[in-house]
Design a protein around this ligand. Structure first.
Ligand SMILES: Cc1cc2nc3c(=O)[nH]c(=O)nc-3n(C[C@H](O)[C@H](O)[C@H](O)COP(=O)(O)OP(=O)(O)OC[C@H]3O[C@@H](n4cnc5c(N)ncnc54)[C@H](O)[C@@H]3O)c2cc1C
Length: 567
């Protein structure tokens, strides 16, 4: 339901990703009379009028759950997939407030494959330097030979050589240490992570660590403070959880609650730009102009719940985005960098990889597949015995360009109306979707079906890394390259030279005297996670809108135990 032209919204939220719909739900359910800051906005009623404008036809943004009609008993995740037991906001939201069903995700198993430099090893063999096709230094070999070590620990070991003692810290203690740390008399935040690693480990060890961590970007030359924080907060005892109905169940449920509380969601509304406006009561407000003829909107405040590339795609005018009027905002916008991410799901008639002893978790390689997850084919993380087999390939950085090349011809064909050769390759014999949520999951899959060439090359690489003589052809395939607009990347990293712990607060209101607020994963200190999107949304809601901390938030158990000296 579009807003009436004459209506002035209390808050217009642009972007229906997790941060936007979460902020909408929190504002629509807030008691405006109880907050001094909100009382100033609201005179008569206690309810705020809040509308979420989303450019695409769905709420969820970089959470993109999808279901193949050939694998109807599971949900695949083409975007964000899991939360972590050590996270505060998203864990509390899912477990305490929304009470959504979830199950633990299996990741690394000793029998799974590590296909490195053309050699097939098993996970359990990757600590034996004599088997590894890498020319490691003697000290690196010795380090790996210690019990309970894995190649990705080499990064932590290298960092601890430059910052002694850092490897035993986590949480706030770690952040405080890193924010004050110096290397060679220069503050740590002015160092690039890769620049530092190069001093403390060989190129060979770094190549091995990146291949076995699964992300090239974890060795990126981003801000050393934030990269080290991300690395050490991934302690081996964290647990990962997937949602039974897919991660999309979170924004979907929030959307339902937002609408039930009187909020309005308007899909297919791409913001073109926004400007300052004087409201009828003389106060400072905002006008929003949309593409494709959607009527313009007036609001007391606008929230941009979107990543930097989306903000750069807006008209660069007005008191916030005009580079002449607000050069300081440009500096803030430049503080983070998008990281390309790509996922492809292949559905097979059966799980042919079980013939070589792998069935759960992930295998790893340095060829462009990079991470190969054996995705649960049944409900709640189970594997169907007689059902389809599903593989999720997941990679970042340069690998994304490799797969992008195989999607380019189909993209051009679609633009010119020519027919491209696409998946699925077989007709599904599965009942049609039964409810609106499942119908949406099916639509998400259909809109991301993979070009034939892309799926065929992925299949070739999977056969290679598993070293099998025969594997059946895939019957369905869907992918997402998150470097495409309006996202510009899957996740973000802080650039060298910025103090993330200060910029994140500044970014929530980039022009202190203008009612434009920003939230989302990009300018958070929990980048790469939904946790970061909720972290900045909460900072914005509590600081600028005066909302109290939600009662359902609880601290992670591991962190509490740690605070009590249990570790
Ligand atoms: C491949 C991949 C794997 C990931 N894995 C995980 C994981 O396992 N766990 C985890 O916690 N996180 C993960 N993440 C990160 C997580 O998905 C993001 O942090 C989170 O979804 C970002 O939410 P957001 O609200 O900040 O932004 P977004 O989700 O990007 O939302 C922005 C919204 O704004 C809309 N928009 C943009 N421009 C306009 C405009 N002009 N007008 C109107 N609307 C507009 C977009 O369409 C979008 O819906 C992953 C991300 C990717 C891509």
């Amino acid at each position: 339901m579009p807003s009436k032209k004459s209506e002035i919204l209390d808050v217009a939220i642009v972007g229906g990703g997790i941060s936007g719909i979460y902020a909408g739900w929190r504002l629509a359910t807030a008691d405006a009379g109880a907050s001094k800051k909100l009382r100033g906005r609201k005179h008569a009623s206690k309810k705020l009028s809040v509308q979420v404008f989303e450019g695409s036809d769905r709420i969820g943004g970089r959470l993109l759950s999808a279901q193949s009609a050939h694998a109807a008993e599971t949900v695949c995740e083409a975007g964000g997939m899991r939360y972590v037991s050590a996270q505060t906001w998203i864990r509390s939201l899912i477990e305490n407030e929304l009470k959504l069903p979830r199950f633990p995700q299996i990741v690394d198993l000793p029998q799974n494959i590590a296909y490195l430099r053309g050699w097939q090893l098993r996970g359990s063999q990757t600590t034996d330097a004599s088997l590894l096709p890498y020319d490691l230094a003697w000290a690196e070999q010795q380090f790996l030979a210690e019990p309970k070590r894995s190649p990705n620990d080499l990064i932590g070991w290298a960092v601890a050589k430059l910052l002694p003692g850092v490897n035993v810290l986590t949480g706030e203690a770690l952040d405080k240490y890193l924010q004050q740390a110096e290397v060679d008399g220069t503050p740590l935040y002015k160092h690039g992570f890769w620049n530092l690693l190069a001093r403390a480990m060989t190129t060979e060890a770094l190549a091995l660590a990146k291949a076995t961590i699964g992300y090239d970007s974890l060795g990126a030359n981003a801000n050393a403070v934030d990269m080290i924080s991300e690395y050490f907060n991934f302690t081996p005892d964290v647990n990962y959880y997937l949602l039974d109905d897919g991660y999309d169940a979170v924004p979907w449920t929030l959307q339902e609650r937002f609408v039930a509380a009187g909020g309005v969601v308007t899909p297919n509304a791409w913001l073109e730009g926004f400007d300052a406006a004087t409201l009828p009561d003389g106060s400072q407000g905002v006008t929003l102009q949309f593409r494709s003829g959607h009527p313009s909107v007036m609001a007391r405040a606008v929230v941009l719940a979107m990543p930097p590339r989306s903000i750069r795609l807006l008209a660069q005018r007005g008191p916030v985005l005009d580079p002449q009027k607000a050069p300081d905002v440009q500096v803030l916008l430049d503080s983070v960098e998008p990281i390309p991410l790509y996922k492809l799901f292949l559905v097979y008639p059966y799980a042919w990889w079980s013939a070589v002893g792998v069935s759960e978790g992930r295998s790893l390689t340095d060829i462009p597949v990079h991470q190969c997850y054996y995705w649960p084919s049944g409900p709640n993380g189970t594997m169907l015995k007689d059902g389809p087999g599903i593989i999720m390939a997941y990679n970042d950085q340069a690998d994304v360009g490799f797969w992008g090349g195989l999607g380019a011809a189909a993209r051009v064909a679609r633009k010119t109306g020519a027919k491209a050769r696409m998946y699925p390759r077989a007709t599904a014999n599965v009942a049609a979707a039964v409810n609106p949520f499942t119908a949406r999951l099916r639509k998400n899959w259909h809109e991301h079906e993979a070009p034939y060439e892309m799926a065929a090359e992925m299949h070739r690489q999977l056969v290679l890394m598993h070293n099998v003589q025969f594997a059946p052809s895939p019957i369905d395939a869907a992918f997402m390259d998150w470097s495409a607009d309006p996202f510009g990347g899957g996740v973000h990293f802080w650039n060298i030279g910025y103090k993330s712990w200060e910029v994140l607060h500044q970014m929530t209101q980039p022009k202190p005297d203008f009612p434009c607020y920003v939230c989302g994963e990009a300018w958070s200190t929990n980048q790469t996670w939904v946790e970061g999107a909720l972290q900045t949304a909460e900072i914005m809601l509590q600081k600028h809108f005066g909302l109290p901390k939600p009662p359902w938030v609880t601290e992670p158990v591991a962190a509490a135990a740690q605070a009590a000296g249990a570790r």
